[in-house]
Design a protein around this ligand. Sequence first.
Ligand code: NAD
Length: 360
Amino acid sequence: MEYKVGLIRGDGIGPEIVEQAVKILDVVAKKYDAVFSYEEILLGGASIDATGEPLTEENLAKARSCDAVLMGSIGGNTSTSPWYKLPPKLRPEAGLLKIRKELGLFANLRPAYLFDELRKACPLRDEIIGDGFDMMIMRELTGGLYFGERKTYEENGIMKAVDTLTYGEDEIRRIAVRGFDIARKRKKKVTSVDKANVLDSSRLWRKVVEEVAKDYPDVSYEHMLVDNAAMQLVHDPGQFDVILTENMFGDILSDEASMVTGSIGMLSSASLREDTFGLYEPSHGSAPDIAGQDIANPIATILSASMMLRYSFNMDDAADDIDGAVKKVLEDGYRTVDIMSEGMEQVGTTRMGDLISERL
Ligand code: NAD
């Protein structure tokens, strides 16, 4: 099989960590008889420096021509980088919002998985961690409060602001279908999170999720109010499989879930649309404070490449292989600085990439 992979190396630690993921993909290509060709795409600060814009039409067209895109991370130090003196539309993050919107990436997936070897990094007590947890936060990415009409105005001498939370049943249905499909590949449980006791948009969300659930009799589902979900994540994270939720709730809950794993350098993510195309990137940012030092943890990006194989290229065996190699490296006692603990051997970015590829 032949696939064209877009590479957004990005800013800060982006180029270093993407390099390690490419190393892994090259090993996978040989082992699984696949061909990956790479298309370099400029986005974020690197694009601003080269073209004056965070994402040009030419680079967007390149992304469109790919089967999937793998990204490092974009952005710089928001207090000191000259990119943040530019008008908001020309800043690095504007490029990211544009590419997600233009490519129709409506479903964001963020796994929160506790590697047994990293239990010590988890801020929860041992009895709460229990046998560990392995959940997938599925967040709607292109609707809701962040995309609704908004304005700030003055009325009778008082400043007021309004944001609008709108969802169409079509938008809810397509993410719910995706959520149930993914649950089917996992532990077959969906927890749909809303605020149906207060919000109309949540009542519609609940109704549509119930309709979709009828087509998945093999997948169990439940509704949970968002305030309860926030509590349950730190009370009993092991109960969750797929958490399906709208944009803003997902924004907050996915960050909470990643903190619960205690290791930001390990967390991958994917943004998908209805076909097999996806944009894959680590959950963390561009870490400008440690850029260029060969100390960043490349595992989140390597696991993002694994998600790309699983969700865009249907190469589940190769994805399992990568996930297994990462686990093996941790079992063998190797750690980057962010996940270092006593008695382990500290390694840099490049060495971690080498160690994982050796175990494939
Ligand atoms: P960050 O995630 O870049 O860094 C937070 C802390 O975690 C830092 O101390 C950093 O050194 C550390 N860290 C992050 N990733 C690491 C890794 N792989 N290995 C080891 N340590 C790691 O968050 P921030 O400092 O708030 O943001 C920096 C820049 O990244 C900003 O410009 C922000 O806008 C951008 N950002 C981009 C994305 C994206 O591209 N999707 C996401 C989040 C933040």
